[in-house]
Design a protein around this ligand. Structure first.
Ligand code: NDP
Ligand code: GDR
Length: 375
């Protein structure tokens, strides 16, 4: 026995999983992650911390698995005997959940139950602490502004309904079996590692590509939508903090500041030296370039229409506004977010611009880089 704390992360290949794995390794944990078998490698976000399994005692170990597979989860938990489990794995895209509702329920709702049951079945309920990645989407059609721990839920998508089950089954295992199990109700958090089809990354990547002449227009859904965006690095710190308390409790994690998707587009353009004005209303609304300064957007000229609305990106039921109140996290845990959404936006644009410049260079030399701006 190494004497190190042992953590298991589902969803380790995702945005949060990768930052959390980094954080736990820094803190001296032995980290185990569950990765899915895919036809192509899907470990890009953790390749920099991955260690060859042939090294004497690698601190990060990956296991093939899936939240839809009970025996697989039970075997992994039995083998690892974790002190802490972070259940971050999920079909996490709200729009996709309308197209794959049953799969989303299986993985996001029943997957959570499978993991909790594995812990209980193996008699680890007094040893293993459990973190559930709950979401501000639970508030959906908001009943109170800002949303806090006591705000009633009203989910608006198959994703949110599945996460509602996961939230309550986590509370139930805490109350029924005395497990240290808790929910972090996290508001949107982003980073350069954000999946490419979530709105912030779609914007920063799309505009960087347009600036470099790889694409001509960014097609968006509801740009009036209001979100409380933070940085994933700040939020994974809080996930860890929640499992270090004496008593398990649920916490809202948010910045307490809200902006629209349109504002995020405007800032992103500005970081590329583009001033953008919006004209029109509803599906007619477009983003038109007013001025371009600097060298970051050689392919864009004043008068170009670089943002349009495409109703295909509207959701069957939308969550129009989310604004969290992180007062409890601040008071009880001393947690405050350190990175503002504006700084984060600049970082994301900067990283996407580097990639776009490389792709533009390759294109100049005859290599065709397929660029997809799917939602
Ligand atoms: P990502 O979509 O970036 O990552 C999701 C992870 O789950 C990936 O590692 C993915 O694997 C894995 N996964 C998907 N399906 C399965 C499955 N069937 N079995 C096992 N693993 C699976 O999400 P984030 O990192 O952004 O979010 C982490 C968690 O937090 C999610 O549960 C999300 O719902 C929740 N959340 C996120 C918020 C946010 O703003 N980011 C806010 C609130 C909650 P693969 O890489 O193979 O696809
Ligand atoms: P969300 O994040 O649904 O809040 O879920 P997303 O970034 O997908 O959407 C935020 C808002 O932007 C609007 N929007 C668009 N969204 C996408 N993806 N693509 C578009 O083209 C577009 N145009 C406008 C959306 O309608 C929405 O209102 C995220 C996920 O990480 C969940 O897993 C997590 O639980 C919640 O955040 C909190």
């Amino acid at each position: 026995m190494s004497g190190k704390k042992v953590a298991l992360i589902t969803g380790v290949t995702g945005q949060d999983g990768s930052y959390l794995a980094e954080l736990l390794l820094e803190k001296g944990y032995e980290v185990h992650g569950i990765k899915r078998r895919a036809s192509l490698f899907n470990t890009q976000r953790i390749d920099h911390i991955y260690q060859d399994p042939h090294t004497p005692s690698p601190e990060l170990k990956l296991h093939y698995g899936d939240l839809s597979d009970t025996s697989n989860l039970t075997r992994i938990v039995q083998e690892i005997q974790p002190d802490e489990v972070y259940n971050l794995g999920a079909q996490s895209h709200v729009a996709v959940s309308f197209e794959a509702p049953e799969y989303t329920a299986d993985v996001d709702a029943i997957g959570t139950l499978r993991l909790l049951e594995a812990i209980r079945f193996l008699g680890l309920e007094k040893k293993t602490r459990f973190y559930q990645a709950s979401t501000s989407e639970l508030y959906g059609l908001v009943q109170e502004i800002p949303q806090r721990e006591s705000t009633p839920f009203y989910p608006r998508s198959p994703y949110a309904v599945a996460k509602l089950y996961a939230y309550w089954i986590t509370v139930n295992y805490r109350e029924a079996y005395g497990m240290y199990a808790c929910n972090g109700v996290l508001f949107n958090h982003e980073s350069p590692r954000r999946g490419e089809t979530f709105v912030t990354r779609k914007i920063t990547r799309g505009l960087a590509n347009i600036a470099q002449g790889l694409e001509s227009c960014l097609y968006m859904g509801n740009i009036d939508s209001l979100r409380d965006w933070g940085h994933a690095k700040d939020y994974v710190r809080m996930q860890w903090m929640m499992l270090q308390q004496e008593q398990p409790e649920d916490f809202v994690i948010a910045t307490g500041v809200q902006y629209s998707v349109r504002e995020f587009i405007t800032w992103s353009a500005r970081h590329l030296g583009i001033t953008l004005r919006f004209e029109g209303d509803g599906v007619d609304e477009v983003g038109i370039v007013e001025t371009v300064t600097g060298e970051d957007a050689p392919a864009v000229m004043a008068g170009d229409v670089i943002v349009r609305i495409d109703p295909r990106y509207f959701r069957p039921a939308e969550v129009d506004t989310l604004l969290g109140d992180p007062a409890k996290a601040k008071e009880k845990l001393g947690w405050v977010p350190e990175i503002t959404v504006q700084t984060m936006c600049e970082e994301m644009v900067g990283e996407d611009l580097k990639v776009a410049k490389r792709h533009a260079l390759l294109k100049q030399h005859g290599y065709n880089i397929p660029v997809s701006l799917e939602s």
